[in-house]
Design a protein around this ligand. Structure first.
Ligand code: FES
Length: 150
């Protein structure tokens, strides 16, 4: 083999090695936007959060976040069935969740995933990733104190 041919073949070999390394490091589409904590974003078990219905959640569609729990008034009357309680942090990548009263869904501020008030997924994140259903929490009512416990 001539010196020039050897150098050419050496250069081609290095180029192939570099290309292989770069492709392996890039991964496939959708790797990065996957949930960093699938099913995460919920509050620790045993956490209890409360609202005072004498001054909070007075109208249908009103919502408030207390201790990582999103409370939503879904109907009139002060019964536990008039409210929903879900995690307030998105299971996809930790965006904050808000109830959009006009559309009657919960939406993430980071990638716009959408959920029902019972936690079901209505729309996946707009970054190509996937999310999981929201955790919901059972409610109790004592006087005007509405509590949700994880
Ligand atoms: S953090 Fe990505 S959709 Fe919520």
């Amino acid at each position: 083999m001539e010196r020039n041919e050897f150098i050419k073949s050496l250069g081609l070999g290095i180029a192939l090695v570099c290309t292989g390394s770069c492709l392996a490091g890039c991964g496939k589409k959708g790797d990065d936007p996957s949930p960093s904590t699938p099913g995460g974003g919920g509050v620790p078990a045993g956490t209890t959060a409360s609202v005072d219905l004498g001054t909070q959640l007075l109208t249908v569609g009103a919502s408030i976040v207390v201790s990582g729990i999103l409370f939503i008034r879904t109907a009139t009357g002060n019964a536990t069935t008039s409210f929903a309680a879900t995690q307030a942090v998105c299971p996809h990548q930790g965006g904050s969740l808000s109830f959009i009263q006009a559309s009657n869904f919960i939406q993430c501020s980071l990638h716009a995933s959408r959920y029902t008030t019972t936690g079901s997924i209505l729309a996946q994140p707009n970054d190509g990733g996937t999310t999981s259903a929201l955790r919901t929490y059972p409610l109790t009512l004592t006087g005007t104190t509405l509590s949700a416990t994880a």
